[in-house]
Design a protein around this ligand. Structure first.
Ligand SMILES: Cc1cc2nc3c(=O)[nH]c(=O)nc-3n(C[C@H](O)[C@H](O)[C@H](O)COP(=O)(O)OP(=O)(O)OC[C@H]3O[C@@H](n4cnc5c(N)ncnc54)[C@H](O)[C@@H]3O)c2cc1C
Length: 487
């Protein structure tokens, strides 16, 4: 742990904290990111719909609306620099009745006010042309071509890789538990009494932003977890759509969606249910049935037989449902970045710009580094290469030809790259490479990944966890030799 004083400490390495770190890494300041989990993007940012929203769902006066539309527009440049999976597939909100068409009209007008590019109300015929798999009873749609899809964790990893390349220090397993302030310098203590000192602190702690605010004797607010359950269907699913399909929204959510993922699986969901427990990510049969009947009403060819798995995420909502991003009025040099529920992923690059402006307003001096270079190299992924290209790669590196995850075609070289980049849990490697995300959900590849982890890091088998913090995979005694390679 360093004794030097950082200019800025960011609490939380989800998409918000990572985007802020990446943005600020262009300046001549020392930045630390503190994350309670073993890896980054293990909070809300790992379990969401992966949609880059177009910006018509919310009223223009809301901060989240302004940051959503601005954030959306920043993704093309970011993709060029950071090489994460992102496609502008477009969004269709579909209506089945005259009343629902009226709602589309309101959304359209909101979209026009928000300057959503290319937004259009479509007839039934045009809707079915754009999306032939829709229920033929559809009455019309709202089409927003600027909407997109992304792999959220890969985005967070890429942001952090770029930030670290430009000098940002990341501290994982650092759960901020106590704060002291002397001579205008904050000392942040972790559960294990490690400490970091900083002049400015950014509270980007997602579901726990309210607890962090309390540690600083700052504003009192309550983060209300709103659960969203989602279902993942296998690749080549019959109902795979060309666009992200939305129903007309409800009061609390954008409704149950049919989402093509950037890697070819599809998702259905999310639900929206207020819960008390910030760790409750259980799913239920009742919600599954409900989600499927809503989704199948929109796309009848969707089949439950194609489900691979389900998950739940918790939206860190605030009363009033807007983002709360401001300089604390109670604790000096603390920036609150709370209530970052949907569209937080979309808005994240714009949130980072907004926070930068607040820091400057609060007195932080920023000058650009001449050495700043945001670009990170594109990883070689077997599943993205042509056969001749794969042959060439294998000639250079044999481990490129050893397929560890058959469902997602992930090579040993890719697993090794994940480990070298600092992902040393099974989930971290899964989110970095997709190994274990396919049909068998890691049934065939987990032990192979463990074996590579042991070889590359010197970990012993019992140290390996699914996602850190006690989630050990092996109990009892086992040596690396007990984990046998299949033939
Ligand atoms: C079901 C669902 C679907 C969604 N779909 C979309 C979508 O399609 N498009 C979109 O734009 N948005 C979507 N969202 C919203 C989006 O996922 C969030 O807005 C975003 O991920 C919030 O990121 P964050 O960094 O603020 O929070 P998080 O990702 O939770 O990051 C906060 C981090 O702070 C850490 N932390 C907490 N306390 C401490 C502490 N004491 N010390 C150190 N670290 C700490 C946590 O471990 C965590 O990693 C969805 C959300 C859900 C739940």
């Amino acid at each position: 742990m360093t004794d030097s004083v950082y200019h800025v400490a960011i609490i939380g390495a989800g998409v918000t904290g990572a985007a802020i770190a990446q943005r600020l890494s262009r300046y001549n300041i020392a930045i630390a990111v503190l994350e309670r989990y073993t890896d980054i993007s293990f909070g809300v940012s790992k379990a969401n719909s992966g949609i880059i929203h177009a910006g018509f769902h919310h009223k223009p006066e809301l901060l989240k609306s302004q940051l959503e539309i601005k954030g959306n527009g920043m993704f093309d440049t970011l993709k060029e620099q950071l090489n994460f999976p992102f496609k502008r597939v477009g969004i269709l909100v579909i209506a089945f009745s005259y009343d629902e068409m009226k709602v589309l009209n309101t959304l359209y007008n909101q979209g026009i006010e928000n300057n959503v590019p290319g937004i259009e109300l479509c007839s039934r015929e045009k809707t079915l042309n754009l999306e032939p798999k829709l229920n033929k009873d559809v009455a019309g749609s709202l089409y927003a071509p600027s909407g997109g899809i992304i792999e959220p964790y890969r985005f967070v990893f890429a942001l952090m890789e770029s930030a670290r390349k430009n000098g940002v220090r990341l501290y994982t397993n650092f759960c901020v538990e106590r704060v002291e302030k002397h001579n205008e310098i904050y000392t942040l203590y972790s559960t294990y009494n490690q400490k970091i000192q900083a002049h400015y602190v950014i509270n980007a702690a997602g579901l726990y932003a309210d607890d962090i605010s309390k540690l600083f004797d700052a504003e009192i607010f309550t983060i209300l977890p709103r659960k969203g359950e989602e279902y993942i269907l296998e690749k080549n699913a019959a109902g795979f759509p060309n666009h992200v399909i939305f129903p007309v929204p409800t009061k609390n959510s954008k409704g149950t969606l049919v989402i093509p993922t950037v890697e070819g699986t599809m998702m259905i969901g999310p639900t929206a249910q207020d819960v008390e427990d910030k760790e409750d990510v259980s799913t239920s049969q009742e919600n599954l049935d409900n989600v499927f009947s809503l989704a199948m009403h929109m796309v009848p060819s969707i089949s439950k037989k194609e489900i691979i798995t389900s998950f739940a995420g918790l939206r860190p909502a605030l009363k009033g449902n807007d983002f709360y991003i401001d300089i604390s009025k109670k604790a000096s040099h603390l920036i609150q970045v709370a209530g970052i529920q949907s569209p937080g992923l979309t808005a994240s690059p714009a949130i980072a710009l907004y926070v930068e402006d607040l820091l400057v307003k609060d007195g932080l001096k920023l000058s650009e580094k001449s050495s700043y270079d945001p670009y990170i190299p594109k990883s070689q992924r077997v599943r993205e290469c042509s056969l001749p290209k794969i042959k060439k790669l294998i000639e250079k590196d044999k481990s490129m030809g050893n397929i560890v995850c058959r469902c997602e075609l992930v090579s040993e070289a890719e697993i090794m790259e994940a480990i070298k980049s600092g992902h040393t849990t099974i989930d971290g490697i899964k989110f970095y490479t997709r190994a274990g995300m396919g049909r068998c959900q890691g049934g065939f590849c987990t032990y192979k990944i463990m074996k590579i982890l042991i070889r590359e890091t010197g970990m012993c088998p019992r140290e390996i966890t699914k996602r850190g913090a006690g989630s050990f995979l092996i109990h009892g005694t086992l040596s690396p030799d007990n984990i046998k390679e299949d033939t």
